[in-house]
Structure formats: C-alpha cells, structure tokens
Ligand binder design. Sequence first.
Ligand code: SAH
Length: 193
Amino acid sequence: MIRGFKRQRIPEKILKAFEKIERNNFIPKEYRAEAYKDVALPIGYGQTISQPYTISFMLSILELRNNQKILEVGSGSGYVLALINEISKNSELFGIERIRGLAEISRKVLERYNGIKIIYGDGSKGLPEKAPFDRIIVSAAANEIPQKLLQQLSIGGIMVAPVRNSIVKIKKFVNENKIEKYPGFVFVPLVGG
Ligand code: SAH
C-alpha cells in the first residue's frame, strides 16, 4: 500500500501516519484480510472507508500543521481522523457523521485519543458552534462547493472537498479564494444540505 504512495510523492510525514495507524482497526472483521490493499472497503450501512491513496492525496493538499482546529465532515469509521491526529500534533479534531452506528463505533475506536471528538449529525451544515476551523476535510461528495462549510473556514484556512468526481482545494482569502481542482476520484455522496 505504502509503496504505491511513495511513487506518487506523498510527503514522508503522511507516509509515516499510514504506517502507524492500523487500518485493520477501522473495518469490519470480514474485510480485515484486505485492510492493507489500496482499495476502498465497506464499513457497513452502505458506506465505505475511502481508498488509501485518495486519502493520502487529500491529506497532502490539506497542508496540515500542528496546533490547528480541524473538522472532518463524514468521519465514518474514524480512520481519516486517526491519520490526521498523527500528522498534526496538538490539534483539536472534530468529526461529524450522520449515521449513528458509525458515529458510535468510531467513538469507541478513537477513545484513546482525547483530542478527537465525534459528533453525530448532519455535517452539511458544518459545526458553527466550533467555527472557525483552520482546516476542513469533507469525505463525501457534494454537487458543488459546500458554501456553508466554507463560511466556517478561517481566513488563510484550507478546505479539501470532493465535488462530484473531483477533489477541490479551496484556500480562503478576504477577497477572492484560491481554488484548485483534481479530477478522477470516486466518493460516496454527501447527504443533506
Ligand atoms: N473518512 C471516512 C469515510 C467514510 S465514507 C472513513 O475514514 O471511514 C463518507 C461518510 O460520510 C459516510 O460514513 C457517510 O455516512 C458520511 N456522510 C454523508 N453525508 C453526510 C452528512 N451530510 N453529514 C455527516 N456525514 C455524512
């Protein structure tokens, strides 16, 4: 799995996180034999844990630093939050998940990390009570850039969100935001809005 990422120039710090966090712990028993293949896998409730390469790409363009306030919308199994927690030290991490069962399972798996909070609810509206965030990562695809989430990003902050089949990176500025688009990815849909 990691060997493939190296060819794709994923930063060392992110590779280390993938080596350290056991994907095995975030997927149902019946799929564990495939935990370390670079493929998306079911996590129940019709959802999937994203393909590791896709996650590594999103995390690399997210430009994580230490001491940040970070939101993940669609935190599912909690795997991405565990990776972020490894890359971005001393940060405050929030995950929102709309499927109660997944919110509960991920809360258990992430119990030992006290910097990570999972909220059960509709993340398409973000988490206004904790805004602004330095970084926002959206793990399910919307049809357009989620404006409500963008409003909850601090100036100079970065949001990485799938829009249809592209990963979009938005850096927020006072006037015009900087937007980059990377096509060719597959995500489960962001529900609600
Ligand atoms: N990062 C997750 C990926 C899970 S797949 C992981 O590592 O496992 C995307 C998740 O987004 C699914 O669990 C789905 O239930 C969730 N989701 C979709 N729309 C949502 C919404 N509006 N609010 C919160 N979660 C949502």
